[in-house]
Write a protein that binds this ligand. Structure first.
Ligand code: THU
Length: 136
């Protein structure tokens, strides 16, 4: 699975976002070492706090199906009324911490506008000096 293919799946996932409160739709596609891909979208809630980000939706789907080994994730996000995502969408701090729980420092986060325009950072770059009880 190359980066462009994974971004396409994230764009597909974004179409299912439930984001009536923010009007911002996010999609993610998470590649496991076994080749399986889990897609996720953001799911908002009128009480706000129960909102789940696209990345965590993808992770929780994968982990709840027994997956623990991950290679990379593609993330796309933008205004819900547009199919085109204008900017790169970096994962929020909470999602980075969830990635930290299951991924190594070299796990790749692909922040994409579309399948031809994306930038890649490792988890270590996006979450330096992070907390992990297993390491302290
Ligand atoms: N959102 C994500 O799905 N992923 C992120 O990493 C950043 C934010 C969602 C949460 C909320 O539904 C909307 O984007 C606006 O913040």
């Amino acid at each position: 699975m190359n980066n462009s293919e994974l971004v396409k799946l994230a764009l597909e996932a974004r179409k299912l976002a439930y984001s009536p409160y923010s009007g911002f739709s996010v999609g993610a596609a998470l590649l496991c070492t076994d080749g399986m891909v889990y897609k996720g979208c953001n799911i908002e809630n009128s009480a706000f706090s129960p909102t789940n980000c696209a990345e965590r939706t993808a992770f929780f789907k994968a982990v709840s199906e027994g997956k623990r080994d991950f290679v990379k994730i593609a993330v796309v996000g933008g205004e819900s009324d547009s199919e085109i995502t204008q900017n790169y969408c970096p994962p929020c701090g909470m999602c980075r911490q969830v990635m930290k729980e299951f991924c190594s420092a070299d796990f790749e986060i692909i922040m994409a506008k579309n399948e031809n325009d994306y930038r890649i950072k490792t988890l270590a770059e996006l979450l330096p000096e992070s907390f992990d009880k297993r390491e302290v």
